[in-house]
Design a protein around this ligand. Structure first.
Ligand SMILES: [Mn+2]
Length: 192
């Protein structure tokens, strides 16, 4: 079943920092969406350098399978302090999704499918042990949110989904209402 997979994003630095350690990489080409949310460890310039290195690697290897993408980031980020990240790849024509997550970047899902969004422990850039990629089937109307730990997880995605807002409005809402004061914050919202 085909899906629209419309994307909204919102991100901001810790209010006392000039650079943001969270980063978002979106590559939307040939009917396939790759969306990656990255949180450089800590905050400030060192965190921003690590997440920028991840974005650069992802851009250069955006057609690679997710497992190779994360493992490649792990090698490329060894000189940095590392990042945690979550990535999804969605094929619009079929609604097929693959997802992977390392460290505490969270995902929430509301929809018809039975999708378990699990995170592997670890830090990308410090010799990952195991990268687990999972597959799922999306359906029209499904709502998927990925967010860094700078956004409180205490929001009810079912209520948000029922309001039927577009993905950008939801991303803006989450940043405005649920971002924490003491960390960079970022989210990616995908409405199928
Ligand atoms: Mn963080």
């Amino acid at each position: 079943m085909s899906v629209e997979a419309k994307i909204g994003t919102a991100i901001r630095a810790l209010p006392t920092e000039r650079v943001c350690g969270d980063a978002i990489a979106i590559h939307d080409e040939d009917g396939v969406v790759l969306a990656v949310l990255i949180d450089g460890l800590g905050h400030g310039p060192g965190a921003a350098r690590a997440s920028k290195a991840a974005c650069d690697y992802i851009s250069d290897h955006r057609r690679a399978p997710l497992k190779q993408l994360v493992e490649g980031c792990d090698r490329a980020l060894r000189p940095t302090r590392g990042v945690v990240m979550t990535a999804v790849r969605i094929e619009r024509s079929t609604g097929a999704m693959q997802h992977v997550a390392v460290g505490n970047v969270e995902m929430k899902f509301v929809g018809r499918g039975d999708i378990t969004l699990l995170t592997s422990p670890g830090v990308v850039g410090t010799r990952l042990r195991k990268v687990v990629v999972r597959s799922a089937q999306l359906a029209p109307g499904d709502l998927l949110v990925m967010f860094t730990d700078g956004i409180s997880s205490r929001f009810d995605l079912a209520t948000i989904a029922a309001a039927n807002e577009g993905p950008q409005a939801i991303a803006d809402y989450l940043l405005s209402n649920h971002a924490k004061e003491h960390d960079d914050a970022g989210c990616v919202v995908i409405r199928c």
